[in-house]
Design a protein around this ligand. Sequence first.
Ligand code: G16
Length: 544
Amino acid sequence: MATVTIATSPFDDQRPGTSGLRKKVTVFQQAHYLENFVQSIFHALENIQGKTLVIGGDGRFYNEQATQIILKMAAANGFAHAIVGQNGLLSTPAASCIIRKYKAFGGIILSASHNPAGPDGDFGIKYNVSNGGPAPENITDSIFTNTKTLTSYLIVDEDDISLETIGSQSLAGMSIDIIDPVSDYAELMTELFDFEAIKTLISSNDFRMCFDAMHAITGPYAKEILQNRLGAPASSVINGEPLTDFGNGHPDPNLTYAKQLVDIMFGSNPPTIGAASDGDGDRNMILGANFFVTPSDSLAIMAANAHLIPAYKEGLSGIARSMPTSQAPDRVAEKLGIECHETPTGWKFFGNLLDANRATLCGEESFGTGSNHIREKDGLWAVLFWLNILAERQQSVAEIVAEHWQIYGRNYYTRHDYEAIPTDIAQQLMSDLEAKQPELIGKIIAGQTVSYADNFSYTDPVDNSISNHQGLRIGFDNGARIILRLSGTGTEGATLRVYIEAYEDNADKLHQETQTALKPLILAADDLAQITLRTGRTEPTVIT
Ligand code: G16
């Protein structure tokens, strides 16, 4: 075969973030940039000779070109077999499903998730291991180390293959299967949920739903599952055509960016349930008629109702949530008498817990929920979970949430994001706050006593690996928390995330407006970290 060794020199900015390497498309288009990172991934893996690699992405600009390059490098580096979604497409959950189903060695997922796409937008790449989940930190660290010393990479000098044609092809001795990106995933969903019950719900006269695919990867998945298999009408999926620039939108399913859906759900005569997913299909937002379900509450409610779902009716082994996610799921875990884990931000931290059956459901405040069915968070799965709950309980989304608060109390929760602030200012703000933390303990702030203040550190209970510096926490004796961390997924300057939470179990105070209920803590966070003063921002870029 025509393998060639190409001389290259290292780039100094290829450290994987919360979820792989995310940069501007123009950065990835530099000569050797993508190739260096891919070779660094392959060097970080052991015994790849003769193995199977899954490749797919969210369809954003540069997805196809990158897929062709990676295939040629996989062939040159000794993979025997590649499984590729048609046209290079695979949602992140589908990629995880396929890695597991076909027992692949691993997979490369091309996505910058919810970040905008197009020639001036973002691109991203990450490696998933054989359990279908994002590579753990020891691998991402090793990839980064490799990027710093790389002097050459291997690639085969062959023509591009046809990504369009479903079936088998060969590239310099490596066999390639181009597969339908949707069918394996759709099959898995039918095994988890009561499709008959959901079908009956969807066909009932007073039921309507609206799923916003935001012109990203989930359009074809939603059409196959919601329309073809569950009988929802065509009008139930909006923005269902995937576009390489996501229609110039920002496919982040939250109240700011999924504006069209929000307007529908808070407009006149809204559907029964609204939902959106993100660029690569792993996030979800759930809305009821005139009602927003906070992601942390969504996880708690899913856990509390899991016994209604066929796949989880035998019970949950545990729940895991990322540290900044509200503590609402903890209350459910306590009632169910199951383990509850608090991990750093990043889905990769759930992998060990799921593999060891220490958690069945996982979730994050950043609109991600998932289970042990795969090793990624899963947008459409969450929508089906909610549909299955609605089918069983025959109540509205708002009624289900209100009953949940009645039983468990409410964790008021909000996240304020300050995007694209100068990195040096953001880092200084964080280090100054960290330095101040010891003296905060015991102080009364916003009328409540600080019981701890630290930089979160996590010891994985399965392999005992330690992850330090995972976010500044200021915790109060009544359970309230102020948390600050810098995002690991942005591509412009720094994004400061401020997470605020307060618990309320007074039945008369369960239905306040969130920002109002949290106002004293929001003001305290600004005061402690001097956000306005240091950034000049008088309000956050995004509030979720
Ligand atoms: C990724 C990770 C999530 C994380 C989110 C936000 O999601 O997989 O675990 O919560 O980023 O991370 P950060 O706060 O560091 O920006 P996605 O959907 O972007 O792949």
